[in-house]
Design a protein around this ligand. Structure first.
Ligand code: SF4
Ligand code: SF4
Length: 511
């Protein structure tokens, strides 16, 4: 073992897509084996094959690992809708957890497809994941007494709704299927794990992701339900005025448009994929792997900045004098805004703690100089497409965050002090923001930092771009331009002043 502390294992996928892309998995393994805390590394064929869960379990036991970095494709962020990806990743994680008998199997997915033909950049991605993982807390933070309700409600019993309900039922999740009329094909006998409520309407929907309280009204008495997730299936046909069924939200069985809260899903194209995403969401909440925020009572001074920035009212003032705020994990959507607003490092976010992100930035920038921070949504999709088509330049460290809201002034200054040149930050457009416009926090942070950055000349290293999910060309062009502009500036004016790496790498670094 190299060094003390965490014992990290690294598995690098070497399936055909790796070798076809010119990525040398064995070269990555050879490099990784010399790093601190990396106890074991090996290349494995077809990472998504379930045999790798057994392999991972064997490795964990044989080498007494307590963290695993799984370097493989991740074609879309975990929270998005691709059922296949969610299934494989969630299943592999669960299998690894079972095989290792660890209370918590640490993991990170590195999208090697973002480093097409670039083994070096693959090594950078693994370096960032490994540095981050070394600082991952040993245990998931406690989630309080509330556990998600493992039942689902599907609103709309048309083709989409039925497909979603069947998928959920087959996954063992008791599902309530509701519609105000009974479309053809629903039949009288409901499939396994499905309870039909037809005709019925949703009269009230309270609570939040993991624990919704639903009131249905039908022909008889009102029915009260508790479910963990809600899928809205609006239907495939034009709305029929006589029945009120068809396209257009809200679904005619809902009293008002559903609020965009965690735990609600729109089955707009593929009912089964939406059901997969909903099931994965329930699983993540149950495992505590949802990227929720937490508050360290010792560090909190009660300034309430976090309360003001939270777009989901998930942070509550506590009535007792000793503790200032508490976060409802079932309301928290995981934007990271509170973690970037808190100047005391009291508010943090599972999987995206300040220390983990600091470590990834230092590891990535130290290898490449250029850093691209992307949000987990539109910008990630645009980046993924651009990378797979070989449109991104070499030598780019890529860091994913849940939202631009998570990019705090401290992280920006750390990246610049570590030598990031350029520092490119790409998030969703305002309309596309998944967190009620919280991506604007980055603009606010930069607004406060503008003068200081302009005085030091560092502002010229900072580039911000807003993207839609299909904006791969925009992103590739902006990255190319930024890297070219900074290359020219360095040639003209000489290299940057020596980056204050050591000074920056402390918790007390001025932010
Ligand atoms: S911003 Fe930080 S210090 Fe202020 S109340 Fe929230 S958690 Fe506590
Ligand atoms: S991460 Fe976002 S949604 Fe969750 S508590 Fe913090 S500000 Fe609210």
């Amino acid at each position: 073992m190299n060094g003390k502390g965490p014992r990290i294992g690294v598995l690098v996928c070497s399936c055909w897509s790796r070798s076809d892309a010119g990525i040398d998995a064995e070269a990555i393994v050879a490099e990784v084996l010399g790093w601190d805390h990396v106890v074991h590394a090996e290349a494995t064929d077809d990472m998504c094959g379930m045999g790798n869960a057994t392999l991972a379990g064997d490795l964990v036991r044989r080498h007494s690992l307590d963290r695993l970095v799984l370097a493989a494709c991740a074609c879309c962020p975990e929270d998005q809708r691709c059922a296949a990806c969610n299934d494989e990743r969630a299943a592999l994680r669960e299998a690894v957890k079972a095989a290792t008998e660890l209370p918590w199997a640490h993991h990170a997915f590195v999208n090697l497809r973002d480093h097409h033909r670039l083994t070096d950049d693959g090594i950078t991605a693994v370096a960032m994941a490994t540095a981050r993982m070394a600082l991952t807390p040993d245990q998931v933070p406690p989630r309080g007494a509330r556990e998600p309700v493992r039942e689902a409600l599907v609103v709309g019993a048309g083709a989409l709704g039925r497909a979603a309900a069947v998928e959920l039922g087959e996954r063992g999740i008791p599902t309530h299927l509701v519609d105000k009329v009974a479309p053809a094909g629903t039949g009288s006998e409901a499939p396994k794990n499905i309870t039909l409520h037809v005709p019925a309407r949703v009269m009230r929907m309270d609570g939040g992701g993991g624990d919704f309280r639903i009131t249905l009204a039908g022909l008889g008495e009102e029915v009260e339900l508790r479910v963990g997730v809600v899928l809205i299936a609006p239907g495939l046909a034009e709305e029929d005025a006589s029945t009120g069924v068809g396209w257009g939200l809200p679904h005619s069985s809902l009293p008002e448009p559903p609020k965009k809260v965690q735990g609600t899903f729109l089955a707009s194209e593929d009912g089964r994929a939406s059901a997969g995403a909903a099931a994965a969401y329930l699983g993540r909440v149950a495992r505590g792997t949802q990227a929720v925020a937490t508050v360290d009572d010792e560090a909190c001074i009660g300034c309430l900045k976090c309360v003001r920035v939270c777009p989901y009212s998930a942070i509550l003032r506590r009535p007792d004098p000793e503790f200032h705020v508490t976060i409802d994990p079932l309301l928290c959507a995981g934007c990271g805004g509170c973690a970037s607003a808190c100047l005391n490092w009291a508010a943090e976010q599972t999987g995206y703690t300040t220390r983990e992100l600091e470590a990834a930035i230092v590891a990535g920038v130290g290898r490449t100089g250029a850093l691209l921070i992307v949000c987990n949504w539109s910008a990630y999709r645009a980046m993924d497409q651009a990378a797979r088509e070989g449109m991104l330049p070499r030598g780019l460290a890529i860091l994913r965050v849940p939202c631009m809201a998570r990019v705090s002034p401290h992280l920006i200054q750390l990246a610049l002090a570590t030598g990031a040149d350029p520092l490119i930050m790409a998030g969703c457009s305002e309309r596309g923001c998944h967190f009620r416009g919280r991506r604007n926090m980055l603009r606010e942070h930069l607004g406060h930092m503008d003068d200081g950055l302009a005085r030091s000349g560092d502002l010229k290293r900072v580039f911000v771009v807003s993207l839609g999910p299909s904006d791969k060309d925009v992103l590739a062009t902006r990255v190319e331009e930024a890297m070219e502009e900074r290359r020219y500036a360095r040639e003209e004016r000489g290299p940057l002043a020596t980056p204050a790496r050591e000074a920056a790498w402390t918790r007390g670094w001025p932010g």
